[in-house]
Design a protein around this ligand. Structure first.
Ligand code: F6R
Length: 364
């Protein structure tokens, strides 16, 4: 049941240190991925794989996008991603040398299912990832990695999202390992990933601070999330979570896109949630924030270090542990989830049952 929490969503956010551990359990040995589920396609991955295509919807698409950033940064593999409802109607360029990865928590999403059917007809290998054993998408795939993260009751995906990212990273690492392209950088990410539960514990200790900040944002009608790189994928998911359960119009942009249009929206009534990168792009993000502040928008900054310059220009400040850039979407997730949860509660809504939404979407 709810184990003393008011809502399933709150419980599922808080159990992420355990759920991620269970998702990763037995799947890393000596900093090397040990995904036995991929063994039957090992030779294909090693000898024939030329292109990877991720197909997913909603939150699962956001998890997939983090894998795209990972493989682009740390390999020369050709990696693509498309929302399933577009993929299935776009004549996707997949063939017998393509690995299509279907990411679906429920394993029943109709667009994702139809997407893999089309890819299969064209000869692609299908690898799927689901949290529901025996669901339809896994049954129609060549290989399946189950998320092992326990059932998720809240309609808004929380712990399944973080498990998806973690497993997609392991799949990436496993592919590189089979192809003898397992670099020290990837090995380092895998070893940090193995301890991500500790990062979740640490992030969850800031719960009260996040609640205080959330109170400042309850009555806005609009909100923008911005990030760069891995922070951008985190921004997309943050915005989706907020709109789903608080009905605030929240959108996400790559920070560099602001001046190409979206900045026209900003004023004192339009706050911005800025996810600041840890790497070389930090300085660029600081100048983006200065442009945002010049429009008088309120800014919450999420960053990894005490930075006086950032503190001076923003209105609210949330610290995340300093980790590998690639793990940013994981470290940020419990924070944006709690932020949305708090706002939903403060608006007297039921975060477990958002209007117009269902846990699995089996109709088009
Ligand atoms: C958002 C959410 C949805 C799902 C999407 C795909 O919180 O849960 O966006 O991620 O409907 O569902 P699955 O992963 O079951 O294919």
């Amino acid at each position: 049941e709810k184990s003393g929490y008011d809502h399933f969503m709150e419980k599922e956010i808080n159990e992420q240190p355990q759920s991620i551990k269970s998702a990763l359990s037995g799947r890393i040995k000596n900093n090397v991925p040990n995904l036995v589920e991929l063994e039957n396609i090992k030779n294909f991955i090693k000898n024939d794989l030329k292109k990877i295509y991720i197909v997913a919807c909603g939150t699962s698409y956001h998890a997939g996008l983090s894998m795209v950033y990972l493989l682009n940064a740390y390999s020369d593999l050709d990696i693509n991603i498309e929302v399933a409802s577009e993929f299935r109607y776009m004549n996707p360029h997949v063939d017998k040398n393509t690995l299509v990865i279907a990411v679906s928590q429920s394993g029943e999403t109709i667009d994702t299912l139809e997407g893999i059917r089309i890819a299969k007809e064209k000869g692609a290998h299908i690898l799927s990832m689901s949290n529901v054993v025996g669901s339809t998408i896994p049954r129609e795939s060549n290989s399946v990695v189950y998320m092992n993260t326990g059932p998720e009751i809240g309609v808004a995906a929380t712990k399944t999202y973080t498990a998806q990212i973690a497993i997609l990273y392991l799949i990436s690492a496993q592919i590189l390992f089979y192809r003898e392209q397992y670099s020290t950088e990837i090995k380092n990410i895998v070893s940090k990933l193995e301890k991500i539960d500790e990062i979740f514990e640490e992030v969850l200790t800031t719960k009260e601070h996040i609640k205080e900040i959330s109170r400042q944002y309850v009555n806005y009608k609009n909100m923008m999330y911005v990030g760069r790189g891995f922070g951008y994928t985190a921004a997309l998911e943050g915005a989706l979570k907020l709109k789903e359960i608080s009905y605030i119009n929240a959108t996400a942009y790559q920070a560099g896109e602001l001046k190409h249009g979206p900045i026209a929206l900003l004023d004192e009534a339009f706050p911005v949630f800025a996810i600041i990168p840890f790497n070389g792009l930090k300085e660029k993000m600081i100048s983006n924030i200065m442009e945002i502040k010049a429009r008088k928008a309120r800014v919450i900054a999420l960053t990894s270090s005490e930075d006086e310059r950032i503190k001076e220009i923003v209105d609210d400040y949330i610290l995340v542990p300093n980790i590998e850039e690639a793990l940013l979407p994981l470290a940020v997730a419990p924070i944006t989830q709690l932020f949305s949860y708090n706002i939903s509660i403060l608006r007297h809504l039921d975060p477990d049952k958002p209007r117009n939404l269902a846990k699995s979407v089996t109709v088009e």
